[in-house]
Design a binder for this molecule. Structure first.
Ligand code: HEC
Length: 150
């Protein structure tokens, strides 16, 4: 019995527990969408920025969001959304990101947060990525709210 119970604490189950404990209702994929086929604009529009605030714990050691906030390991992100990548003055961006030609939209940000090294090989953001599109959508909604987008 005990052994069976312990298996609950496998890593994926733990991740599930953690996300289930986030404030608000655990979000669900809307009907007709799944992890391989979804509309990121619709997911971001429906996402709760407060859930994103919780998820942003993964990013906050490296990024500040407010206007005039400091660069950390990563750039301050105020005003980044809707603009060309690697524009924040005074931050030493990688050539890879500078030359990527990326404009930050829901779609490009979703791909970047999923796996930074896939979207921009050789970029200097050391971050493994976030698997769940709903978690990414919540972070994007939060980022937009906090960085002066819209
Ligand atoms: C270990 C530090 C670190 C973590 C954690 C991290 N980042 Fe970054 N981030 C960076 C660095 C460094 C860059 C600059 C990359 C480059 O120049 O290649 C960057 C770049 C970015 C950019 C592009 C900014 C621009 O002006 O083009 C975005 C957007 C971003 N990060 C979002 C996030 C989000 C969202 C998270 C959490 C899910 C996150 N980052 C986690 C270090 C980090």
């Amino acid at each position: 019995m005990l052994k069976g119970k312990r298996s609950i604490f496998s890593v994926p189950a733990l991740a599930l527990l953690v996300s289930a404990c986030s404030p608000g209702e655990p979000p669900q994929m809307p009907a007709g969408m799944d992890v391989d086929d979804y509309d990121i604009d619709a997911l971001v529009a429906a996402a709760d920025p407060n859930r994103g605030r919780t998820q942003f714990i993964l990013c906050q050691s490296c990024h500040s969001l407010s206007e005039g906030g400091p660069h950390k390991v990563g750039p301050n992100l105020w005003g980044f959304f809707g603009n060309q990548a690697a524009q924040a003055p005074g931050f030493n961006f990688s050539n890879a990101l500078r030359e990527s030609g990326i404009v930050w939209t829901n779609e490009t940000l979703d791909a970047f947060i999923e796996r930074p090294s896939d979207l921009v090989p050789g970029n200097s953001m050391v971050f493994v990525g976030i698997r769940n599109p709903l978690d990414r959508a919540a972070i994007i909604a939060y980022l937009k709210q906090e960085t002066g987008a819209e």
